[in-house]
Design a protein around this ligand. Structure first.
Ligand SMILES: *Cc1c(COP(=O)(O)O)cnc(C)c1O
Length: 398
């Protein structure tokens, strides 16, 4: 069925259609299985399930009914064979990456990516002798040029945090897969499955910080990976088993509630963001607006081709007057909350150079167009006029 039906009913609906729908106590909303372990029927079952943890529940680090329900839903929405849930977006990213790389490998990743993903590649993997090349992934030929005989991973974030650059997933996948043995992972957090499906475009694995749009209400940190069953099984055993970034069942349950409205929320996020971006583009106190829905955005054409239903709720804005002007605006907004994170129903404002991307050197930041006067806006589902008025009054105080 279509997205808004699927996001509510996928998997449960399948059970209804096949006549196997029998929730515990006939609860309409799944109960929370707040248990660390499971009673095993007898000795032989215990032995069998401990060796086949994907066939039943043994211990919550290996699986839990709430996490399982969430994982099946994510797999369905990302058109994947399987998915796995983890305790945070970085839990998902580090697990996915570690399931692919080994000592001595080389990885290629985008020059604009989430700050802690950058730290994973530059501070953690380097300790294993894994080298890297940062490239502008909006240029397929740069990705191709960076590939070495020992490259095992090409990691792409699109839309990219915080400058909203769009990389062409299909073109990169085609170039990467000329080399057998290279895995392509896409961080699709900014888009959510409502706006793009990287696996359909040729990526091997897709990761999300489910803390953001999937949850939508800012109540949990969570991450998901979707891919083939083989790759997801490999992420679970041994990586989740050993690293232990397990999503708590209550958090999984909250995510399931949040996700029910993903489609309608995204629709409003996109509509509001387009209005705010168009307004700010013509604002005298604003130098530049980075929003992939604007015709002025350098990778607007790729966004149009690869994203469906809209361009998302995220944008960055260069405010005239640098850091001092930013301080005034961020201290003056009333509807926007001064907070990092994104994808919540309510609007947030943050300063990327000093908050989400402080791990990068100033030179690297400027080369990646993350300028000192740049704020990142996560446009919520409030009334757009109120958001515009709030930004206007804050900009007027500069
Ligand atoms: C927030 C974010 C992450 C990290 O997710 P956490 O849930 O905070 O661990 C990764 N990638 C992108 C694009 C993000 O915005």
């Amino acid at each position: 069925m279509k997205f808004n039906t699927d996001v509510l009913h996928a998997e449960q609906l399948h059970a209804r259609l096949t006549g196997s729908y029998k929730p515990q106590a006939m609860a309409h909303v799944s109960p929370i299985y707040q248990t660390s372990t499971y009673v095993l029927e007898d000795f032989d079952t215990a032995v069998y399930l401990n060796q086949h943890v994907d066939e039943g529940f043994v211990y919550t680090r290996f699986g839990n009914p709430n996490n399982d329900e969430l994982e099946k839903k994510i797999a369905h929405l990302e058109h994947a064979e399987a998915a796995i849930s983890l305790a945070s977006g970085l839990g998902a990213i580090s697990t996915a990456v570690m399931s692919v790389v080994k000592a001595g490998d080389h990885v290629v990743f985008g020059d604009v990516i989430y700050g802690c993903s950058y730290a994973l590649f530059t501070k953690v993997l380097t300790k294993l002798g894994i080298t890297y090349t940062r490239v502008d992934t909006t240029k397929v030929e740069e990705v191709e040029k960076a590939i070495q005989p020992n490259t095992s991973l090409v990691y792409v974030e699109t839309p990219a945090n915080p400058t909203l650059k769009i990389s062409d997933i299909a073109a990169i996948a085609q170039a990467v897969h000329k080399h057998p043995g290279i895995t392509m992972i896409v961080d699709s957090t900014f888009a959510s499955p409502y706006l793009q499906n990287p696996l359909d475009l040729g990526a091997d694995m897709v990761v999300h910080s489910a803390t953001k749009y999937l949850c939508g209400h800012g109540t949990v940190t969570a991450g998901v990976i979707a891919s083939t069953k083989e790759r997801i099984d490999h992420c679970r055993m041994p990586y989740l088993q050993c690293f232990g970034a397990v999503l708590d069942p209550f958090a999984a349950w909250q995510l399931m509630q949040g996700m029910k409205t993903l489609g309608v929320r995204m629709e409003r996020h996109c509509e509001n963001a387009m209005k705010v971006a168009r307004h700010l583009e013509n604002h005298p106190k604003v130098d530049r607006v980075y929003y992939p829905g604007l015709e002025s955005h350098p990778t607007h054409e790729i966004a149009k081709k690869q994203m469906h239903n809209g361009f998302g709720g995220m944008m960055s804005v260069d405010i005239k007057g640098g850091m001092d002007a930013v301080r005034t605006v961020m201290n003056s907004v009333k509807v926007f909350s001064l907070a990092t994170s994104l994808g919540n129903v309510d609007s947030l404002i943050q300063h990327s150079p000093s908050m989400s991307h402080f791990d990068m050197s100033p030179e690297e930041r400027y080369a990646s167009e993350i300028f000192d006067g740049q704020v990142r806006l996560s446009i919520g589902i409030e009334d757009a006029d109120d958001l515009i008025a709030d930004l206007d009054q804050a900009l007027a105080k500069i």
